[in-house]
Design a protein. Structure first.
Length: 509
């Protein structure tokens, strides 16, 4: 085993260890993770929330026991493979051992630690962006057509994971057309590769077509409720923060892409970065959508710096560039991860507020970062719902209906009673089992809307009670209430069918 291999393995092991120790045990999984895990039980070529790849990974997690260890493992794995691809990119660019260590340090001690913390499509998205750029480096280094086909496969995987990778293509195409590498468009194999990629993503496109393109509705809703609060200046500021420890390495990469002769064939990467960021800003995208852009530029920057820091006084700067990411990680450790108790955030809000970490998607500041507040209260909700469900006279005829996908997913994940909670929210609208004639209802209501639940629902049942609520005041779901309605006076199923139809018609708009 070579020295390089030992160092690489060391970085990969460090990456895995960090991902497991950066989350305090007092936090549950995060809201989105429960929905993604539930998709394992409803495999399809598409979903209202995400493309299908997440469900495939969820099925593997379920097959492995569905434990938190495996939920944490896969985003950590995708982060480790991203590290590996950056390492390989540096090797293709003829980087030495210093370049490899610098590149690996910049990747390990970055905001990817935060992204790879949660089981969401974002980790694989960053990996696919990095992998696609790697295939571009390989193709324009070797001009072997096989890399065009590999790039098509990587793009297809990225597309089936998160449509965000389309921005990569939209930014890359004009950059190539304006460069000397436009000759790639005369390569016949390119179009065969495009057909290959199209065939791979076709099942998902057909699913979108057959379901009236819910992605369009999803983007409209996202734009109206979340992206409207996105500030373009803030977007650019956050780009710097994502790889703040690697800032000078990325700047070095941009300089090298313009002026360093060995990188002349890759000059289009400079324009691609500019085009992609402009497109993201035009659409008022969330800042983290662009994270996948940067790992490949770290590879370019690391190789360039390894060459210019070899002689004279400059060689003393070598350890400095490696230490900088580590120093920023030490600062991040105390700010960016759920490794502190909720009480700590409440007592020390100033530094979090300054960094905008307390700002949620509603544009307002709250006590905890949104992702952290979304990791509290779920076990409590599932435990209390289980307790209520255990007392129901006809469990099979009892519907557990939630206000949002986080509630439904958390109950299904933690339930010891085999509950299959549903919601009219997100993909759960397609997962109702209407073959059962329901007579009882356990209703999980957001605290903002629970004041009218009794008045609206109790007339349709013989009995109605409040069975409990989430008492963790730090949870985003604080005061979410559990209502119990038994012995229906009407046909519940018909009411459900009507609401499902109404929701699906809304999605079609």
């Amino acid at each position: 085993m070579t020295k390089k291999t030992i160092i690489l393995i060391g970085f990969i092991l460090l990456k895995f260890i960090l991902q497991y120790v950066l989350i305090s045990p007092e936090y549950d999984l995060q809201r989105d993770e429960y929905l993604h895990l539930d998709q394992a039980h409803h495999l399809a070529w598409g979903y209202l929330s995400v493309p299908p790849v997440t469900s495939w990974i969820s099925y593997i997690i379920f097959s492995l026991g569905n434990g938190v260890f495996w939920v944490r493992f896969f985003p950590a794995l995708f982060g480790a493979v991203t590290l590996l691809i950056v390492w390989k990119s540096i090797e293709v660019l003829k980087g030495n051992l210093y370049a490899l260590v610098l590149g690996a340090s910049c990747i390990v001690f970055s905001s990817l630690l935060r992204i790879n913390m949660l089981y969401q499509p974002n980790s694989l998205d960053v990996l696919c962006w990095t992998g696609f750029y790697y295939t571009m480096i390989q193709y324009f280094s070797t001009e072997k057509p096989k890399w065009l086909f590999i790039s098509a496969i990587v793009f297809a995987l990225g597309f089936l994971n998160k449509y965000n990778i389309l921005f990569l293509l939209i930014g890359l195409l004009p950059a190539l057309l304006l460069s000397s590498q436009r000759k790639v468009f005369t390569e016949k194999k390119l179009y065969l590769a495009l057909i290959t990629g199209l065939l791979l993503i076709l099942p998902n496109i057909l699913w979108q077509y057959n379901n009236h393109f819910p992605i369009v509705h999803h983007m409209k809703e996202l734009s109206a409720t979340q992206l409207v609060n996105v500030d373009r200046t803030g977007f650019l500021k956050e780009q710097v923060l994502f790889f703040i420890g690697s800032f000078f390495v990325i700047i070095a990469a941009l300089y090298a892409l313009l002026f360093y002769k060995p990188f002349a064939r890759f000059k289009f990467f400079f324009a691609s970065l500019i085009f992609t960021l402009v497109i993201f800003m035009y659409f008022k995208a969330k800042a983290y959508y662009a994270v996948g852009l940067y790992p490949v530029y770290i590879a370019f920057g690391a190789v360039f710096l390894s060459q210019i820091l070899q002689a004279g006084w400059k060689r003393y700067l070598k350890p400095v560039f490696i230490i900088i990411p580590l120093l920023f990680f030490i600062l991040m450790y105390n700010l960016s991860f759920p490794n502190k108790s909720p009480e700590y955030f409440i007592k020390n809000p100033e530094k979090y507020k300054k960094l905008g970490m307390l700002r949620w998607e509603d544009g307002k500041d709250h006590d905890l970062p949104q992702d952290f507040a979304d990791m509290l209260g779920w076990k409590e909700l599932a435990r209390k719902t289980d307790s209520v469900y255990a007392l129901m006279p006809n469990k099979k005829e009892t519907l557990v209906l939630c206000d949002n996908y986080g509630q439904a997913g958390a109950i299904n994940y933690y339930s010891k009673k085999g509950i299959k909670a549903v919601s009219f929210n997100a993909d759960y609208v397609n997962w109702f089992d209407l073959n059962i004639q329901y007579k009882n209802l356990i209703r999980i209501k957001n605290h903002e809307e629970n004041s009218t639940e009794f008045k609206e629902t109790s007339p349709y049942f013989q009995t109605a009670t409040i069975a409990g609520e989430i008492t963790n005041k730090y949870a985003r779901e604080y005061k979410t209430t559990i209502f119990v309605f038994t012995k229906a006076k009407i046909n519940i199923n018909k009411r459900i069918e009507a609401e499902i139809k109404e929701e699906k018609n809304y999605i079609k708009e």
